[in-house]
Design a protein around this ligand. Structure first.
Ligand SMILES: Cc1cc2nc3c(=O)[nH]c(=O)nc-3n(C[C@H](O)[C@H](O)[C@H](O)COP(=O)(O)O)c2cc1C
Length: 362
């Protein structure tokens, strides 16, 4: 069985190790969703990862409802990403862009626009906005024209990601955002070709994959799913059947890698008390599977040995440990992440977590 320190191929991407940085929203872009210089510093510090998956990045103004999150729908944003991506490459790393449409979880305070979803529903939680937390309004059900323009936005954002220098893209189909809203029968109440039976609910995801792959090639296209539990109000009456079918669909589409956020019942990030679907997805899908949530070095190695995962992605540990790969290799202790600075501004809790070598020298 491979270890975390063996190389891995994800389609067109050649990773020197299997320790992946999970996508992490950090809110350090401008209000116009343009990446800032400090983002390049932050990502370059973490270039030891086998692969960096960028923070979720809006494909359109309509789809981006997170304050100070970045986008990839215009030239200014592409130009803003270029030095950040180049900094990762200069430091010897690889980075893909996570493409994001938040669907019904967008508040107009941030987007300036009405929210769209699979059906006319409302997200359960209050949204982060520029004026504090606010109740989400009901989204409108996507029309055929909406779906066509959203697919066009995915394609354009994927094209822009490559123009900015990214090594590929990851489609964000997890965590209760737009694609997840189409997948699950708790949020998809449609009675047309995009709703009802599982095969129909998979259609929007499939069309997004096709739209993205038509721009960047399937070898540079990955996808993230959260197959168990409820995510920000998106739930399904049969997650196991839905996500096993999704794995089959992604196999048919030749998608080279899938990342799964599959927390356990005691997870400290959105726990889910439901059996893992990843073993069934493994049987239905021959590409690479990246597993996520709550892993540390020892549990990550054990998971690889089980044979379900080809790599592990680390979220909060990568926030707090820019040199996570070196720390896992040497068994060094880990810094604790500080949740108070997850979405704050500036360098504090962002680029100032110490390296192990600095701690030893101190
Ligand atoms: C501050 C923060 C921001 C996050 N942002 C994203 C995101 O942009 N996209 C995404 O798919 N998941 C996001 N997540 C979820 C993480 O990718 C990951 O699934 C979660 O942190 C659990 O993994 P961990 O236990 O290794 O931290 C975020 C989590 C945190 C804590």
């Amino acid at each position: 069985m491979p270890t975390l320190f063996e190389p891995l191929t994800l389609g067109a991407l050649a990773l020197p190790n299997r320790i992946i940085m999970a996508p992490l929203t950090r809110g350090r872009a401008t209000k116009a969703a343009v990446p800032t210089a400090i983002m390049g510093e932050y990502y370059a510090q973490r270039a030891g990862a086998g692969l960096i998956i960028s923070e979720a990045t809006g494909i359109s103004r309509e789809g981006l409802g997170w304050p100070f999150a970045p986008g990839l729908w215009n030239n200014e944003q592409v130009e803003g990403w270029k030095p950040a991506v180049a900094a990762v490459h200069d430091a010897g790393g690889r980075i893909v862009a996570q493409l994001w449409h938040m669907g019904r979880l967008v508040h107009h305070n941030v987007s300036g626009m009405a929210a769209v979803s699979a059906s006319a529903t409302r997200g359960p939680n209050k949204a982060h906005t520029y004026d504090g937390k606010q109740v989400l309004p009901e989204a409108h059900a996507a029309t055929a024209d909406d779906i066509a323009h959203i697919l066009g936005d995915y394609a354009a954002a994927a094209r822009n990601a490559i123009a900015a220098g990214f090594d590929g893209v990851q489609i964000h189909s997890a965590n209760g955002y737009l694609i997840d809203q189409f997948l699950r029968d708790g949020t998809n109440l449609r009675d047309d070709g995009y709703g009802g039976p599982i095969a129909n609910r998979l259609r929007f995801m499939r069309e997004v994959v096709e739209a993205v792959a038509s721009e960047v090639g399937i070898a540079r296209t990955g996808i993230r799913l959260s197959p168990i539990g409820e995510s920000q109000g998106a739930n399904d009456s049969d997650n196991a059947a839905l996500f096993t079918a999704a794995a089959k669909e992604l196999e048919a589409l030749d998608v080279p890698w899938i990342e799964l956020r599959e927390p356990g019942p005691h997870s400290t990030f959105r726990a889910a008390d439901e059996p893992a679907v990843s073993p069934a997805m493994r049987r239905a899908y021959s590409g690479r599977i990246v597993l996520n949530s709550d892993y540390v070095g020892a549990t990550a190695e054990a998971k690889l040995a089980e044979g379900v995962a080809d790599a592990i992605s680390f979220g909060r540990t990568f926030i707090a440990n820019p040199d996570l790969v070196a720390r896992i290799r040497s068994g060094a202790p880990l810094n604790e992440a500080n949740p108070a600075t997850f979405y704050s501004a500036g360098p504090e809790g962002y680029t100032d977590y110490p390296l192990r070598t600095e701690q030893e020298a101190a």
